[in-house]
Design a protein around this ligand. Structure first.
Ligand code: AMP
Length: 120
């Protein structure tokens, strides 16, 4: 899947759409999810053009991967989620229901999150 440079997160990175920023470093931007599903629900996105986890883990530089991973840790601390525990989710592709085709990790916390997956 080629990268769509008009996806909503690419537009946030270019400053064309506002976001409620939580944290930023050289390689990642973190902002509150528009439709939070927990008291803490923050999205962490790489600044580079990567479609999903598969694309990022295969092609990003070590510095990008390290910067991104450290940003997730910072977000967990800044939001207070780290104190009680938190969950990271990254939907990759159609089986996972990925909606926005720019790699992102959801940081969820702030209360008990329940089972990892809905039971079928
Ligand atoms: P996913 O299904 O993993 O691709 O998740 C996409 C997430 O992006 C959803 O939780 C949406 O609520 C969130 N989202 C979509 N547009 C925006 C936006 N403009 N600002 C913040 N979050 C957004």
């Amino acid at each position: 899947m080629p990268y769509d440079s008009n996806n909503v997160f690419a537009r946030i990175l270019r400053g064309e759409i506002p976001c409620n920023k939580v944290y930023e470093n050289d390689f990642a931007l973190a902002f509150h999810d528009l439709h939070p599903q927990a008291p803490v629900h923050v999205l962490v996105i790489p600044k580079g053009a990567y479609t999903d986890h598969k694309n990022f883990s295969s092609n990003a530089s070590d510095a990008e991967i390290a910067g991104f991973e450290r940003a997730i840790g910072k977000v967990a601390e800044i939001t207070g989620a780290a104190a009680g525990g938190y969950r990271l989710i990254s939907n990759c592709g159609s089986n996972a229901g990925q909606e926005v085709p720019h790699y992102h990790v959801h940081v969820l916390g702030g209360h008990t999150l329940g089972p990892m997956l809905a039971r079928k």
